[in-house]
Design a protein around this ligand. Sequence first.
Ligand code: UD1
Ligand code: CA
Length: 463
Amino acid sequence: MAAGKGTRLKSKHPKVLHEIGGKPILAHVIATAQQVVPAEDIFVIIGHEAERVREAVAGTGVNFVLQGEQRGTGHALMVAREALSGSGNKYDQVIVLSGDAPLITADTIKKLSDFHTAQKAAMTLLSADLDNPYGYGRVIRKGGAARAEVQAIVEEKSATPQQKKIREINSGFYAFDASALYAHIDRLSTANLHGEYYLTDMAAVLHRARKRVVAVKTSDAGEVLGSNTRAEMMMLDARLRLAKCRELLDAGVTIFYPHTCVIDSDVEVGADTVIEPFVQLLGHTKIGADCRIRSYSVIGNSVIGDRVTVRPGTVMEDSRVGAGAVLGPYSHLRPGSAVGEGAHVGNFVETKKIKLGKGSKANHLSYLGDAEIGEGVNIGAGTITCNYDGVSKHKTVIEDGVFIGSDSTLVAPVKIGRGAYVAAASCITEDVPADALALGRARQSVKEGWARQKREAQKERRR
Ligand code: UD1
Ligand code: CA
């Protein structure tokens, strides 16, 4: 169920597209569901901002059911009737997941499904004991808490003071017998405080129809927490990221002060890599083994080889870094940067859409954009590729073994041939042939004694 608006978030974005752990809440739920059943058996109920939600997760191959008007969780299942129990009657069990509770695990979903089957129930709900059950539906067991059978679920708003004391909550995850669900779903009514069809009322409806309704408790109540408010979302985000850090620690990665690091769910890191405090590893970033990622580095969707050192404050997006390379401090690798094996990119060097060959160095204060730089090249401090003429971008080619003197400007399109030298402070506007020396600066002139004469003249005036 992912059709709701998420009013309590006070957001213009649909709730299920808010991100925790670096990806949409709904994407987490779908990924977990896919560990239990194939995508073709997953139906995502969308409604509020349906097209945006569909687009965000369409890549997973799941099906969609449109709930045009969102008239409650019960209504969501009414509109899915055709898909779930239509002509072919393909499904006998329907598992319902809440699109806003992303920490659920595949094991728990399987446990719910197995318990449902073993109990031969019409409806099985997953419950949890919460210290603070406020806001959740409460489970009313038939004949006391020890029995599996459930009489009803009461929503917070409709609960009596006595019922509000019940700590066993409805998680919003259910298994239904498809035919029992659809034989009775039309008995749901909107006679409640929100005027909605509550799926939770199916417990009482089925119970009254003498069908078996049971509950199974999660061992980890943290798994079922929902994200109705920003505060709840941030709590889930922290939980998820800490769990991610634990997974990496178990895989042999050292993370100092894990609670200061922001590591997205899909990030991969090799063993013996050390991650210092306040590092962000985002999106589909993949880091090799034996690396050191120093503090305040922000690395997004990049692939880094083994034994790479990333010094403090390095920012990287959509880039690739070869084994043994050294970056930073304060390097900025913009999209499309490919740094070769053992290459060095130093402080205040900005790169964009470049290839920097094996063992090449750009250590200080440079801008390198739209450039193909060979192996063993030395880019002197302050070198700039002038890649933009105000209208279009042009390419700079620097072949193997070239030495670019400090403070040079290379006006693209331009090519520096293999093994050539560019003298410091040159402005290069024409191609330089291999093995040549190019000078593109004014010749120095020296005026002997000029400074001494000036000082003496000043002294004379003061007298
Ligand atoms: C629901 C349960 C509550 C339970 C809690 C657990 C109901 C009436 N209440 O409350 O007992 O403790 O979950 O988290 O079900 N949705 C639709 N279509 C709609 C309405 C909602 O698809 O018309 C989707 C939402 O996008 C969301 C999910 O259903 O993903 C749950 O809806 P939400 O409004 O968050 O229900 P809760 O108030 O949390
Ligand atoms: Ca919810």
